[in-house]
Design a protein around this ligand. Sequence first.
Ligand SMILES: [Zn+2]
Length: 242
Amino acid sequence: MGTCKLCLKVRPLVEGHVLSEFLYADLYDPDRHKFHEFHTDSTKRNVRRSSGYYERMMCDDCDNRIISGYETYGARVLNRGVELLEVNEDGCLVSRGVDYADFKLFQISLLWRSVISTRDEFRNISVAPQDAERMRQMLFERDPGEPQEYGCVMLIPERYDQLKHAILPPEYVRLDRHGGFRLLAGGFWWLYLVSDDGVFEHKEYFLSTEGTLRCVYEDRSNNFINQLARDLVKNPTFPKCP
Ligand SMILES: [Zn+2]
């Protein structure tokens, strides 16, 4: 028994994924059943891991019904299992017809689970208690909030072929003078804006309430976004793993 981090009730807790399994299910090396975990910190070695990140965080109902519901939809969008209109436009892969609530809450669920995890890989990510509580409420009550509220910019890496086989655990980053986090998973950079003071200049990259998702191609994107991705390659072991 324990206190479920989503519904806050004392219940038996189930072992669940900190990051959605499908984000790295395709990353497993078919011969060795391992995936690559990279670090931007040059004092840490990039490693090959044999399993995902598990932790007992939630009760069965919250993990396997609420969070899994967002995950299922997120996987369908990213794996083209949903009817979407996709065009290349202004340096972005633009998808129209995305369900705003379900996909936004899927994005938030990745950040929130990373925040509440006590695993060592996620120790560098923390937010103010009121932010963690707001995200919990949004997920529990299926309230996606406004686009800029924990807004996420998704970026398609220039070195996609190398990075699609990689996970970079979330870490703090400055986003154009604003506080945020970045995560590499499922072949995308996920850049989250956490401290929104209303003056973030690139809101067009957030999922819109009309259901338009703009995934920015890294090589043609704004410089500030490019910079976020560059630190990764400073690690001397990139992109090789021991
Ligand atoms: Zn629960």
